[in-house]
Design a protein around this ligand. Structure first.
Ligand code: GTP
Length: 349
C-alpha cells in the first residue's frame, strides 16, 4: 500500500520555529519529526512513501534523500503552489496506483495500529476511513458525528463545546479507495479534503467511516503541543526510540556529552551528543540538543533546546523551545517562549 504524507504546510502556528525549518523536520527528541513517522510506518510494513512538499522542500530532501537509509522508498512531489490537503492528494494520483492508499498529516505523533485500521476499512467496505482521536475538549477541531458501527453522518468544524456531537476528532490518518480520486476537483485546484470534499461525499451518501482507537495521538502543530509531545515522550506515554543511551532511569546521555559532577539532572532528561552541562546547572524534564552548552548555574526546565544552543551563566529557561545555535544571555529569564534558530527571519521580513 502506498502512503502519501502531506508535508507542504507553512506551519504558521509553530512560528518562529518554522521560519527556517519545515514543521515536518523540526526535531522531536533530537530526531527529525518525519523520521519518527517513517519508523512508525515501517513497523506496520508500509515502505512506499510519497512526500507532498511545498514549503522549504530542499531541506526535507536533504534530510531523507531516497529514503533508503531509513528503510523506505521515498518519492517527492513538489507543488508549484500550496494545493491544500485535497489538492495535494489529487496531485499525487499518478503515483498512488490502483489500490487502497493511506494519507497522513505530516505532523502527527501516534502509535495508531495501522494494520487494524486497514482491516476495519476493508471489513466495512468503506470508500474512505478516517482515524479518530478522542479529546476532552473537541471545540477547536473538526468533530465527527457517527453511527454505532462508525459510519459517518457529518463533520462539525470547530463547534462550541455544548454543540459538539462527539469527542472524536479527525486524527490525520485517512484511507481512500482509488475511485474517490475521480470525484475530486481537477488536478491543480487547491481545496481542502476535510472542509470541502468529505462533506460533499457524505451528502452524496458515500460510505465513509471513522476508526476510533484508544492510542496515543498528538499533533505537534502548536508550540504548546510540541512541548506536550516531548513531555509525553520523556514520561514514556508514547514509545519512541531515543538514540542517546540511557545512563540511569530516564536519563539519556549522548556520546561525548559532559555533565559536571556539580550539576543536577532531574529525570526525565535527554542530553544530546557532545553537549556540556556546567557546575550548579539544573536540568529537568528537558531535551538538550547535540552540541549545546549549558553554563554554570543555569536552570532549564520543561523545555526543548535544538542543536548547539548556548545558555549563559545563571539563565533560567522554563516551558520554552530554543532554536538551533541561539545564545541565551547570562541571567536571562525565558518562560513560555519559542525562540527562532539563529539567523532565521520572519517571512514578512
Ligand atoms: P498552520 O499554518 O500552523 O495551520 O500549519 P500547516 O500549514 O502545516 O497546516 P495544517 O497544520 O492544517 O496541516 C496539516 C498537514 O498538512 C501538515 O503536515 C502540513 O504540512 C500539510 N499541509 C497543509 N497544507 C498543505 C498543502 O497545501 N500542501 C501539502 N502538500 N501539504 C499541506
Amino acid at each position: 500500500m502506498k502512503v502519501l504524507i502531506l508535508a507542504g504546510g507553512f506551519g504558521t502556528r509553530l512560528y518562529p520555529l518554522t521560519w527556517a525549518r519545515p514543521k515536518s523536520i523540526v526535531p522531536l527528541a533530537n530526531t527529525p519529526f518525519l523520521e519518527r513517522m517513517l519508523t512508525w510506518l515501517r513497523r506496520h510494513g508500509l515502505m512506499d512513501v510519497i512526500l507532498a512538499v511545498n514549503h522549504l522542500p530542499e531541506m526535507i530532501r536533504d534530510c531523507f534523500g531516497d529514503g533508503s537509509s531509513f528503510g523506505v522508498n521515498l518519492e517527492f512531489l513538489l507543488e508549484d503552489i500550496p494545493l491544500g490537503s485535497g489538492g495535494a492528494i489529487r496531485n499525487a494520483q499518478h503515483l498512488l496506483g490502483e489500490e487502497t492508499f493511506l494519507v497522513l498529516n505530516g505532523d502527527i505523533l501516534t502509535d495508531l495500529n495501522l494494520e487494524k485500521m486497514i482491516q476495519f476499512h476493508r471489513t466495512r467496505k468503506a470508500q474512505m476511513t478516517i482515524s479518530l482521536a478522542r479529546v476532552e475538549d473537541p471545540s477547536g477541531y473538526g468533530v465527527v458525528d457517527m453511527e454505532a458501527d462508525g459510519r459517518l453522518r457529518r463533520f462539525v468544524e470547530k463547534p462550541a463545546p455544548e454543540e459538539a456531537p462527539s469527542n472524536y476528532i479527525n486524527a490525520g490518518a485517512w484511507l481512500f479507495e482509488p475511485e474517490t480520486l475521480d470525484k475530486m476537483p481537477v488536478k491543480g485546484t487547491p481545496f481542502s479534503v476535510e472542509r470541502e470534499f468529505w462533506p460533499k461525499c457524505l451528502e452524496e451518501g458515500m460510505p465513509m467511516f471513522g476508526y476510533p482507537e484508544d492510542c496515543y495521538w498528538m499533533d505537534i502543530g502548536t508550540v504548546n503541543r510540541y512541548l506536550e509531545a516531548h513531555r509525553d515522550l520523556l514520561a514514556g506515554r508514547i514509545q519512541v526510540s531515543i538514540k542517546e543511551p540511557e545512563i540511569s532511569p530516564r536519563i539519556w546521555q549522548g556520546k561525548g556529552a559532559q555533565v559536571h559532577p556539580g550539576a543536577t539532572l532531574i529525570a526525565p532528561v535527554i542530553i544530546g551528543a557532545g553537549a556540556t552541562v556546567g557546575p550548579d546547572a539544573e536540568i529537568s524534564d528537558t531535551v538538550i540538543g547535540p552540541g549545546s552548552i549549558i553554563e554554570a548555574g543555569a536552570v532549564v526546565c520543561k523545555s526543548v533546546l535544538w542543536e548547539k544552543v548556548q545558555v549563559g551563566q545563571g539563565a533560567r529557561i522554563t516551558n520554552s523551545v530554543i532554536g538551533a545555535r541561539q545564545k541565551i544571555d547570562p541571567k536571562r529569564i525565558l518562560d513560555d517562549t519559542a525562540v527562532e534558530e539563529l539567523g532565521a527571519r520572519s517571512p514578512e521580513e
